[in-house]
Design a protein around this ligand. Structure first.
Ligand code: NAD
Length: 346
């Protein structure tokens, strides 16, 4: 397939606009021909602003439209599964934001629909496409630090409702909670960088700053200790309480060295406080903009060259399995094992 890919963006909120802006600016081999939002006025407004031919409040109608080759799904997490299946059954290639679904039970049907209809499905784990993490992966694969034995990773999000790109309470209600929504990025990155599947994990968490989260059975601070099949272990910190803005980092210790990415900010600062936010590029699109663009460029190349997705539906399911196990571990206080005979292998 070498023609221009005609894509529909479904869900015009925070991430829908990130991908819409990247695709329209990049523009090589891809064109946005439709925008969809359940709020029709929103779809109409964006279509007019970006001069896009089709707009709708119906993802089903757009998936059935023969002018559309591929969809970018950026709706709330609890809608991903049914929209992936709708798109696959209509032979549309799929880019879906993480997590692939809010339910592990749904993933078997998702993988079958993708395979039976011979479409590509890429999951939005954009950290894999961040220049710093890409370099780390390359160095590990080249053996620069020997055998990786330990990984420490973190994601610290803006406090809810506080800043322009903070998660809203309504978002948190359907997010799937901290492990499925936030820690899943670090679980995917750890699995990717260490090149190993998870054997067992133990998670804990509590509410420190946001009492309203109790209503959703969620926490705003969590820790996960993971054992990998390779023998490596990892500690993952997950937070919604970062006063200095959105941040993420990773450290990997190997038998012969270490790789340190202490922050995704582009420059060093000595004092991190709420008043330094603007200098720090504190919102996630600013810190991750190259990653969001790189993952969409890779999606276009994958469709054109019909190659294996660098972040496949199977990767999406594997990360979801880890996140579900983490939630179970925090709820029960027990270590949870992940079976090596999983149906999904990446
Ligand atoms: N990769 C990342 O860095 C990252 C960051 C934030 C969010 N996300 C993911 O992106 C997804 C969307 O998150 P967001 O923050 O953009 O949400 P959002 O609430 O800002 O936007 C969601 C949009 O989808 C629309 N919508 C809701 N249900 C719909 C439906 N059935 N059909 C069509 N439109 C519908 C809403 O009206 C809204 O405009 C979530 O799954 C989230 O996990 C990923």
């Amino acid at each position: 397939m070498n023609k221009t890919i005609h894509v529909a963006i479904i869900g015009l909120g925070r991430l829908g606009m990130v991908h819409l802006n990247n695709i329209t600016t990049y523009g090589k081999g891809i064109e946005v021909v439709a925008v969809v939002d359940k709020i029709n006025a929103r779809a109409k407004e964006i279509a007019s602003e970006y001069n896009i031919e089709l707009f709708s409040d119906s993802p089903v109608a757009i998936c059935k439209n023969s002018k559309v080759d591929a969809v970018v799904i950026t709706t709330p997490t609890d809608t991903h599964g049914e929209l992936i299946m709708e798109a696959a059954q209509n032979k549309k290639h799929i880019f879906v934001e993480k997590p692939i679904s809010h339910s592990l039970e749904q993933t078997k049907a998702i993988l079958e629909a993708v395979e039976e209809n011979d479409v590509l499905c890429q999951v939005g784990f954009m950290r894999r496409f961040h220049p710093k993490f890409m370099e780390a992966k390359q160095k590990i694969d080249q053996g620069a630090i020997g055998k990786p034995i330990y990984l420490k990773g973190f994601t610290r999000d803006n406090p809810p409702d506080k800043y322009a790109m903070s998660p809203k309470r309504d978002f948190l209600k359907t997010s799937g909670r901290i492990f499925l929504d936030l820690a899943i990025h670090d679980f995917d990155l750890a699995r990717y960088l260490l090149g190993s599947e998870v054997k067992a994990l133990r998670s804990s968490g509590k509410i420190i700053c946001n009492p309203f989260m109790e209503e959703y059975g969620d926490v705003d601070q969590a820790s996960t200790y993971i054992e990998f099949e390779s023998g490596a272990v990892a500690d993952i910190e997950s937070s919604r309480n970062s006063p200095y803005g959105f941040d993420s980092g990773v450290e990997i210790i190997g038998t012969e060295g270490a790789i340190q990415i202490p922050t995704i900010r582009d420059y060093e600062v000595s004092v991190l406080t709420a008043t330094d936010r603007s200098e720090l590029g504190s919102i996630f699109p600013a810190n991750m903009e190259q990653s969001y663009l790189n993952e969409i460029i890779e999606f276009i190349h994958t469709i054109h060259n019909r190659k294996e997705s660098p972040c496949s539906a199977a990767d999406g399911v594997a990360a979801l399995e880890i996140s579900v196990a983490a939630q179970k571990s925090m709820d029960t206080g027990e270590t949870v094992s992940i079976s090596p005979e999983k149906s999904v292998q990446s």
